[in-house]
Design a protein around this ligand. Sequence first.
Ligand code: DLL
Length: 437
Amino acid sequence: MRYQYWDEKTETMPRGELEALQLDALRAAVARALGTTYNAPRLAAAGIRDSSDIRSLDDLRRLPFTTKHDLRESFPYGMLAVPKEEVVRLHASSGTTGVPTTIYFTRKDISRWSSNMARSIFASGCTSADVFQNMITYGIFTGGLGLHYGAEKVGMLVIPAGPGNTPRQFRMMRDYGTTVVHSTPSFLLHVQSKMIEEGIDRADLKLRKAFAGAEPYSEDTRRRIEALLDIDVYNSYGLSEMNGPGVAFECQAKDGMHLWEDGYLAEIVDPDTLEPVPDGTVGELVLTILCREASVILRYRTRDLTAFYTEPCACGRTHRRIHRIKGRTDDMLIINGVNVFPSQIEEVIMSTREAGNNYLIQVEKEGALDRLTVKTEVGPEIFMDDARPLNALRERIRHALQASISINPKVELVESGSLPVAEGKAKRVVDTRPRDV
Ligand code: DLL
């Protein structure tokens, strides 16, 4: 395979050079952070009063972590490192507590982010000849504008479709000859179900690639989307605190996501001890954004669980790869004392051929115990007069789940189209257990 690079010099830079570049950028980031009301006292408390206190990349570990809580505490401008008149845009993520975490961008920051996106899109093998239908939410969410700017930089013809309204999506795909789409994996699965329902002939479409991100999904889900839609799916990772998408992206080797290390310093730590884990071990990803002028965020605890690859990539890029996100430290369910990641359940559903494209995990209290129910959509053909195939499938899924998560769940098979579909991130878990306070 011939790999193409957007910025070959940076993407294939020898590690030594890359690290020298990171050290300079880290010093500059610390200098900017020292100019902010929120971070200056925190850095001083850690013994850092000047950027020259950072002598090597190891000194990163002297810096305090930043959490979602810090972003809320410093709201709205406590981490802003430039005068407000230099800020040209903000993005925010709403979260559950009401105070949004808000990130600001200067013109240069937007340009840098777009270049990272262009680099990611190009790594997947797309070119200016592609027609790109961006089926993800625009607005304050970073997914829409992030990919939009990057795709324009590559020179693709961009259709700012946004999510939802599948008949309109199919019309645009046909009318404009869309070759590449971007969406959440759950919406891609929904698009495929709708394609069948609406009698769309795949042969009438020119689709060849899809970018899928913004929520966790398993390799089984990727394989399912690729097989059903006859499309090449690339994993795209990012978070609004670190600009949004464009933090890490798969290249055509499709074996892990390259984390763009000229823009981010990445650590993987044990979420309990906060000590680094050995390469190849799963832990919490911690990110420092190196070159952003406006919002400076050092050592952000993403809550995302992943591991570094230890082997170099076949594509020749030197930027390290991270594994598919396994889940978040805060999405792990504890069911009757057993730890369960929603991703384990997803893997079982998506690798069951007869299971449909949508499912829901419910956890409730039943007396003193927790009760796990997994609702799975199945196609109409199985709801026949004879209940045996349905019962057999239910049992098969239950067994596979039990083997994977060591809990015996209740499995309910429901008709396809009956479970809720989200236009943004899918909400797969409904946990109604009373919370301890
Ligand atoms: O979801 C940014 C984004 C948009 C990424 C479009 C990719 C594509 P937030 O709304 O701040 O930003 O949510 C960030 O989503 O910490 C992960 O938990 C999760 N996430 C994002 N991408 C992936 C992925 C955007 N590829 C949070 N796999 C992150 C697994 C992902 N989880």
